[in-house]
Design a protein around this ligand. Structure first.
Ligand code: HEM
Ligand SMILES: [Cu+2]
Length: 546
């Protein structure tokens, strides 16, 4: 087995060739992870600024304009530069090839190109900070504001989104072809790890959805600088067209942010419940249903945008239906936990209490918002902010945290500190509820989102939220500190510390060697046979036959 010290030596000799020119999916995955974690801290900083401003009903910590910039930058970074690249770029790249028993992706050079485009897209957004024109019209960039917005800030935003979209499309093609063609002997579709299933469906969503976003922002650019009138009402244009194009991408994009997260949950739950996953096929295929239905609900974001009820009702119905495949997953996970020998390690806390507990709250408020009569009242209030933070923070983020801890020993060859991980989990969990639960009430009381002052009666609830955001901030720092510390000081990890059964644990060292496997693995079952007998013997705790 290659030791960390040995690989470290090689890295020092030729950092440039080893990392900058690399086409190894594992290194590309690591670069995605590090880059998006750095972006995440900038997005988090913007969030803290927003909440600091909102700690009192009428302070001026930020100028009104700066407040607009803070929430625009926050939303853009968190979605395009953190959640999506972390789930697909980092976890997808690192895990998919190993999980299907391949040496690498189908197109390794294109894979590297995706990463560098991602970095470029992120940097282009950051350039706008230095040209004195930070984008300030929200991550949605609705016209007419986005057409009237002065300075080059929004043009950088458009360019950035374009480049990031290109990166996503290339990555999606790569994942689809790799999953289709690179599976090792015996790795049939119905034996693929559920994370691979999730990543496959996500890639199709990106492939079909992203072009609509490209169309939306391109027409915006044309309207801004080249005299077209797509969105100019006086000249016969229609701003609604932008919203349709934008949400035709962006509702499916919320599934890009959640389906891979669900994939991570499906990997971790059975390992720490020591039970076979309940309903493998139901979990795998419900992702397909979510992917398809996800393209049929987009106008639920536009109920108040001058839409006829005859248009609104069908979208309300599809929004209700999409809760079905999601619930199928939730119930199958609960059935997996039922009667299991559950070990509450840090990753398990994040997926069980974290994901299952918090994401479900967000899914339920989503159904509420999908109902036209309720949405007419709640649209653009803090209730919406509560909803999507329960899904992205309580869902996508908890899964990312779980995944980072779960695969940390595999990627680095080191163990993190378990107790500190658990303490940080509880801070994260409490902080998330403190921050976002009151927002349901703040929203129902009528406080609009994206406004930088509010009625004094709402001070207490807002202050609870602000305190919560600081708790989350500290928890995030602790979580990262734990991992950074472990990279240098952590105990050496064995090949399979959790006794998991996917190929990266059973057939690859920690960390894996350059081409992942010494011998190509041959697969005979799905990787969730916990507690089952193998050759007449029960699998013991470490996943090896006793
Ligand atoms: C599964 C993961 C989900 C994620 C990541 C997610 C994310 C989001 C985000 C980011 C927004 C705010 C968009 C904006 O900036 O205007 C939002 C709004 C909304 N979501 Fe979700 N959502 C999810 C699930 C659902 C589900 C399952 C439903 C319905 C069944 C739903 C219904 C809505 C509605 C109706 C709005 C618009 C509310 C309004 O603006 O009035 N969401 N969601
Ligand atoms: Cu939506």
């Amino acid at each position: 087995m290659e030791t960390l010290a040995a690989t470290g030596d090689v890295k020092r000799k030729s950092f440039f060739r080893d990392w900058i020119l690399t086409v190894d999916h594992k290194k590309i995955g690591i670069m995605y992870a590090l880059t998006s974690i750095i972006f995440f801290f900038f997005g988090g900083l913007a969030a803290i600024l927003i909440r600091t401003q909102l700690a009192l009903p009428d302070t001026q910590v930020l100028e009104p304009q700066q407040f607009n910039q803070a929430f625009t930058v926050h939303g853009t970074i968190m979605i395009f530069l953190w959640i999506i690249p972390m789930l697909t770029g980092a976890f997808g790249n690192y895990l998919v090839p190993i999980m299907i028993g391949a040496h690498d992706m189908a197109f390794p050079r294109m894979n590297a190109l995706s990463f560098w485009l991602f970095l470029l897209g992120g940097l282009v957004l950051f350039v706008s900070f230095f040209v004195g024109a930070v984008p300030d019209v929200g991550w949605t960039a609705y016209p007419p504001y986005s057409i009237e917005s002065q300075g080059a800030g929004l043009d950088f935003w458009i360019t950035s989104v374009h480049i990031l979209g290109l990166s996503s499309i290339l990555a999606a093609i790569n994942f689809i072809v790799s999953t289709w063609n690179m599976r090792t002997e015996g790795m049939t579709f119905n034996r693929m790890p559920l994370f691979v299933w999730a990543n496959l469906v996500t890639s199709f969503i990106q492939l079909f959805g992203t072009p609509a976003l490209a169309g939306a922002v391109t027409t915006l650019l044309l309207d801004r600088h080249f005299g077209t009138v797509f969105y100019n009402v006086q000249a016969g244009g229609d701003p609604m067209l932008y919203q349709h194009l934008f949400w035709f991408y962006s509702h499916p994009a919320v599934y890009v942010m959640i389906i891979p997260a669900m994939g991570i949950v499906s990997e971790i739950l059975p390992v720490f419940a020591r039970k076979p996953i309940f309903g493998y096929k139901a979990i795998a295929y419900s992702s397909i249903m979510i992917g398809l239905l996800g393209f049929m609900v987009w106008a639920h974001h536009m109920f108040v945008a001058g839409m006829q009820m005859t248009e609104g009702i069908p979208f309300m119905i599809t929004s209700m239906i999409i809760a079905v495949p999601t619930s199928i997953k939730i119930f199958n996970w609960l059935a997996t936990l039922w009667g299991g020998q559950i070990k509450y390690t840090t990753p398990m806390l994040f997926v069980s209490l974290g994901f299952l507990g918090l994401f479900t709250i967000g899914g339920l408020s989503g159904i509420m918002l999908g109902a036209v009569p309720l949405d007419l009242h709640l649209h653009d209030t803090y209730f919406v902010v509560a909803h999507f933070h329960y899904v992205v923070f309580g869902g996508s983020m908890t899964a990312i945290m779980a995944g980072m801890f779960f695969w940390f020993p595999k990627v680095t060859g080191r163990m993190y500190h378990e107790k500190f991980g658990q303490v940080a989990f509880w801070m994260y969990f409490i902080g998330t509820n403190l921050t976002f639960f009151p927002m349901h009430f703040i929203g129902m009381a009528g406080m609009p989102r994206r406004v930088f002052f509010y009625q004094p009666e709402l001070t207490t609830l807002n202050q609870v939220a602000t305190i919560g955001s600081f708790v989350i901030g500290i928890a995030s720092l602790l979580l990262i500190a734990n991992l950074v510390h472990a990279i240098f000081k952590g105990q050496k990890a064995v090949q399979n510390p959790w006794g998991a059964q996917t190929l990266e644990w059973t057939n690859a060292s920690s960390p894996p060697t350059e081409f992942n496997f010494e011998e190509m693995p041959v697969v005979t079952s799905d990787p969730y046979q916990f507690g089952e007998k193998k050759d007449g013997k029960t699998l013991d705790d470490d996943g090896v036959t006793a």
